[in-house]
Design a protein around this ligand. Structure first.
Ligand SMILES: Cc1ncc(COP(=O)(O)O)c(C=O)c1O
Length: 445
């Protein structure tokens, strides 16, 4: 069965039917009867298999994946090393619960996390199932270790959809609306957003720190939680110097610096972790998504004295660090290393930035092109202004979908298109995707 699924899909985008095709439409009908309407329908095609950077739908259309399932499948789909590792682990055992009967792969993933995350000090980790769960646990650790309760987060932040992480997330619609009351002791301060605030990193940091000190009090703050490049909020890349200034302030005041690398980590930005770009060393790092190539796995990694401050039994969960997910993670990390995908992410970034900046010169709706490595975005505006243009984004995404290219939107104002291709995408595939995207942008009036 596994080997028949591995028959070659090929590497080309092919649109054979209307999008969505008849089989996808039929599945969509079935879905409506039984799947909650609360889940977004971004692209109503149903996937039957995938390989490399190509998704094949139930109608046989071959779609070019420029989103990696929201920054998850960095190593590509159906990578033989991952298929073998997962299949072998499933055949050996699927679950014991690490707290009941432990196994080596969990320890190995934690060894890798200690090696790969920035900082040469002793680190320990705990593994979970989702990004939100990792964030929740990082906050638990920071509060316990400091004996303080306030958590500082940023405008445009996204940290998840559980009750605590909704409180940490900035945008109301669709993530938070009418789901409250939310967890207390969360304080939001302005982010460095160079395109919109035009501040240097130092100025933006000073603005944020002033608010923290006057409105919260440094001695009340357990942790400062930040995405080094914001994901859902619009691929906001803070001005140089912003993260180092915040990091220094946290060190000076005994505040735990938590880097949420759930979207930006695991080679995505051309470094293993986005904080490395400016030499920032977080106290705790949260990871998920690209950590395990599509299997659900998340981690909190950090200074041993913080992580080990927790009493025995204080962290855990039934499935966290599940052996199948751990095997997938080890295969993923091996693949990232062997194929030097950190370097490939940088190349992809250069190609995408050059292409999109050329496009920006030709059209009036692109206000900003930004990002690092294979995490690149365009912010759309009304021509001649900085007024967000979400309508343009909707039209462009829809055009791309009709042509068989999977592209994602994001942004507090819904006016950003983000590109998160699998890091193994070929030059030809990337050129094809960018050409479809370019035509879609040019078609916007
Ligand atoms: C930066 C960041 N943090 C946290 C999360 C939440 O992760 P999950 O959806 O696995 O709970 C996400 C998900 O998009 C994210 O991008």
């Amino acid at each position: 069965m596994v080997s028949s699924l591995q028959s070659s899909v090929g590497t080309e985008r092919k649109v054979l039917t209307d999008i969505p095709g008849p089989k996808s439409q039929a599945l969509h009908q079935r879905r409506q009867a039984v799947v909650s309407a609360g889940l977004t329908v971004g692209f109503p095609v149903y996937i039957e298999r995938a390989e490399g950077a190509i998704l094949v739908d139930v109608d046989g259309n071959q779609l070019l994946d420029m989103g990696s399932g929201i920054a998850v499948t960095g190593i590509g789909h159906a990578v033989p090393a991952l298929v073998d590792a997962v299949s072998e682990q499933v055949a050996r055992f699927t679950h014991t619960c690490f707290m009941v009967a432990p196994y080596e792969s969990y320890v190995e993933v934690c060894e890798e996390l200690a090696r790969l995350t920035p900082g040469t000090f002793a680190k320990t980790s705990a593994l979970f199932n989702s990004g939100a769960e990792a964030i929740e646990n990082a906050v638990k650790v920071a509060r316990l270790a400091t004996g303080r309760s306030a958590i500082v987060v940023f405008e445009h932040a996204y940290h998840g959809r559980t009750n605590l992480t909704m409180a940490l997330t900035a945008k109301n619609m669709p993530y938070k609306d009418r789901f409250g009351p939310f967890a207390p002791e969360i304080y939001r301060v302005p982010m460095s957003y160079p395109y919109r605030d035009e501040l240097s990193g130092a100025e933006a940091a000073e603005r944020a720190i002033k608010i923290i000190e006057t409105e919260i009090g440094a001695h009340n703050v357990a942790a400062l939680l930040i995405e080094p490049i914001q994901g859902e909020g619009g691929f906001v890349v803070p001005a140089d110097g912003f993260l180092p200034a915040l990091s220094k302030w946290t060190t000076d005041h005994g505040v735990v610096f938590i880097a949420d690398e759930i979207q930006s980590g695991f080679c995505r930005t051309g470094d293993w972790f986005a904080v490395e770009h400016e030499g920032v060393i977080p106290d705790l790092v949260t990871t998920a998504k690209g950590l395990a190539g599509g299997m659900p796995l998340a981690g909190v990694t950090g200074r041993a004295e913080l992580m080990n401050a927790v009493h025995e039994g204080g962290l855990g969960g039934t499935y966290g660090g599940n052996p199948v997910a751990a095997a997938a993670s080890l295969a993923t990390i091996r693949t990232l290393r062997e194929r030097n995908l950190v370097a490939r992410a940088r190349e992809l970034g250069e190609i995408m930035l050059a292409n999109l900046r050329d496009l920006q010169r030709d059209v009036a709706v692109i206000g900003d092109v930004r990002g690092r490595g294979a995490m690149i975005a365009m912010e759309f505006v009304e021509p001649g202004t900085k007024t967000p243009n979400a309508a343009a984004v909707k039209a462009i995404i829809s055009h791309c979908q009709q042509e068989g290219v999977v592209a994602l939107s994001c942004g507090t104002f819904g006016n950003v298109i983000r590109l998160l291709p699998p890091l193994i995408i070929s030059d030809e595939q990337l050129a094809d995707g960018l050409s479809v995207l370019g035509a879609a942008v040019r078609a916007v009036k």
